[in-house]
Ligand binder design. Structure first.
Ligand SMILES: C[S@@+](CC[C@H](N)C(=O)[O-])C[C@H]1O[C@@H](n2cnc3c(N)ncnc32)[C@H](O)[C@@H]1O
Length: 203
């Protein structure tokens, strides 16, 4: 099993409790850093990868965006779909690094959100995953990634992530770095902090 596979199985087993937990934090608290970066060049569609409970997808949908929400854990996806049945959210069973179902749609996105997911992508698969993300981003579009910093939870198939890795991948693929920060955990866990990296594809 890949580390991502182990992670997905864990999210499947714990889906209802996790969905409650994720819905307990609001978008503005978790992603407040992203708000000033949303403008005419990020008017949708939005791709939310590893969308979890659908909290973030629903925030965008409520503001008129069309959202493709990707969630590989079937039980979590069912929870999310039940909580957020909005027709402007398309729920897909798919995963990094390939995102085969998303790619098969032939659609590109002005905003791609990868929130608390990168630690589930095996280090050896990360360049391929990044290449996939860049291919799905429109010219001028924004890739926003949050990174779970701190000790990785092996039971959940996590491995270490850093802002520097994303910054370096962005530079290698010709993306402009527009945000590079770190914030405290919105759910109050002292052992966890969050890296925030936003990269823009040249127009
Ligand atoms: C910590 S949760 C984050 C959920 C949501 N993005 C949020 O910020 O609340 C991690 C999510 O990533 C999903 N996931 C795990 N491996 C993945 C992969 N390879 N591709 C896409 N999503 C993945 C899990 O199923 C889970 O829903």
């Amino acid at each position: 099993m890949t580390s991502s596979g182990a992670g997905v199985a864990w999210y499947d087993r714990n889906a209802p409790g996790l969905a409650d937990q994720y819905e307990g934090a609001d978008f503005e608290t978790v992603h407040g850093w992203l708000l000033p970066l949303l403008d005419g060049s990020t008017d949708g569609p939005v791709l939310d990868i590893g969308a979890g409970s659908g909290r973030d997808a629903a925030w965008f949908a409520a503001r008129g965006y069309f959202v493709v929400a990707v969630e590989p854990a079937a039980n979590l996806r069912a929870e999310a779909r039940a909580r957020h049945p909005e027709p402007s959210i398309a729920w897909l069973d798919d995963r990094l690094p390939e995102l085969e179902a998303v790619t098969a749609r032939g659609q590109t996105f002005s905003l791609i959100l990868v929130s608390a997911v990168w630690m589930h992508v095996l280090p050896v698969e990360r360049e391929r995953a990044f290449e996939t993300l860049v291919s799905l981003l429109r010219p001028g579009g924004l890739l926003a990634v949050t990174l779970r910093l701190g000790e990785p939870d092996a039971e959940r198939g996590m491995t270490e992530v850093t802002n520097e890795e994303l910054v370096a991948l962005g530079a290698a693929y010709g993306l402009e770095l527009v945000h590079n920060g770190v914030s405290a955990d919105a759910l109050g866990r002292p052992e966890v902090a969050w890296g925030e990296v936003a990269l823009r594809k040249p127009a």
